[in-house]
Design a protein around this ligand. Structure first.
Ligand code: ZN
Length: 384
């Protein structure tokens, strides 16, 4: 027997009858999900999100016929939803659902059930950034720092170790004028220093796997407090910067609109004053009797206030997730030589991206993009 009466395909009957056996009852048509105006497909990210969440929540997801999923629920979700398993249907074009199946779209009943369950615990994941091989470019520090009058010795990469990093995921929303949303990630190092602030929903340019590789101790309470404080600082800074940038863009659009409004009302008021002058010389003409420059000015002020209010900028930042990372790093050592001068430089390497940091200038200690020979020593452009 087919679980999906409306569009049965014998080829896939086995998959459906297995799925139907899951709830121990004969399948039947229970509801209609299709309407002519329904969107033809759901975004693929939604499906991926649901799958990731269900698996993270301890469920087993398996493919069923016609792109559906048969989900063996985790013990907690079995208690919550009072069922062992559920069939999820993602196709909004499907005219009928197997009995007990859930149509799973972002705003559907099932979508909201999932969202409610997902919101119960804060979104927090643990992941590992995979090391690249080789961990650093062949040229070593020379790949990020230029030199003049000096030559590089061979680069030596130390052992790879894993440090704890934390990524804070936030969504920035702009209200007023043209509303806009941007996803952002702030990545902090083990000491809370902000390493990256990137626009997007993921830390970019890395390959990952689930779990914290080589880090078993939980972070200390002091470390957590430090991360939260630093993250707040970094996110406040981000909000400030974006607000200033938005303010500039919006001010131009608002002023353009106020300019058009001003030109319109100035012309009307001028016409009105001209009419008044003519009425003074032709008091009997009824066509010139009405009109009032004062009410036009009031109307102008009212419309201008509306425009200002509509373009008033309001920004909001919402933190929605935290990722704890195990991140591969290593130290890179390399000598700079010029005749008798030998200077050993070190740089820390982000092994997940195979990228060394700028080395510190031996003279002043600042990160140096270029090093030169200066009075028998090595220094950056500023020192020399
Ligand atoms: Zn220097």
């Amino acid at each position: 027997m087919s679980a999906d009466v409306a569009t049965k395909k014998p080829r896939r009957a086995a998959g459906r009858s297995r799925a139907a056996a899951g709830n121990g009852r004969a399948p039947a048509v229970t509801s209609v999900v299709h309407s002519p105006s329904a969107p033809p497909t759901l975004p693929p990210e939604w499906r991926a999100f649901v799958g990731r969440w269900l698996e993270a929540a301890g469920c087993t997801v398996s493919d069923a016929a016609r792109g559906d999923w048969e989900v063996d629920l985790s013990p907690a979700l079995r208690r919550r939803w009072r069922r062992q398993r559920v069939r999820l249907v993602f196709d909004p074009q499907r005219p009928t659902l197997p009995r007990g199946a859930w149509f799973t779209a972002p705003g559907s009943g099932a979508g909201r059930k999932l969202l409610e369950a997902a919101l119960e615990d804060p979104v927090c994941t643990r992941r590992t950034a995979l090391a690249q091989v080789p961990g650093a470019p062949e040229a070593g520090i020379a790949s990020v720092c230029r030199v003049r009058g000096l030559t590089w010795g061979p680069a030596r990469l130390g052992p790879v170790r894993y440090e704890r990093r934390v990524a804070f995921h936030a969504v920035l929303t702009r209200w007023g004028g043209l509303p806009l949303q941007e996803p952002w990630v702030v990545l902090l190092g083990p000491d809370g220093a902000c390493l990256e602030t990137v626009q997007g929903s993921q830390v970019p340019d890395i390959r990952t796997r689930e779990g914290l590789y080589q880090i078993s101790e939980p972070p200390s309470d002091e470390q957590r407090v430090q991360w939260m404080q630093q993250a707040r600082g970094a996110l406040d800074q981000l909000l400030d910067d974006r607000e200033h940038e938005w303010e500039r863009g919006i001010a131009r659009l608002r002023d353009d609109e106020l300019g058009r409004l001003g030109a319109f009302f100035s012309a009307r008021i001028e016409e009105e004053e001209e009419r008044l002058r003519r009425r003074a010389s032709h008091p009997e003409d009824p066509d010139l009797a009405h009109g009032d420059a004062t009410s036009l000015k009031l109307e102008w002020e009212r419309r201008a206030a509306e425009v200002r209010q509509r373009w008033a900028l309001r920004a909001e930042l919402r933190l929605w997730g935290i990722e704890e990372w195990s991140w591969p790093v290593a130290d890179l050592e390399q000598e700079l030589r010029a005749g008798a001068v030998h200077v050993r430089l070190t740089s820390r390497v982000d092994v997940a991206r195979g990228k060394p940091e700028l080395p510190c200038c031996p003279g002043c200690g600042a990160p140096a993009e270029m090093l030169v020979r200066a009075r028998g020593a090595v220094g950056c452009a500023r020192c020399a």
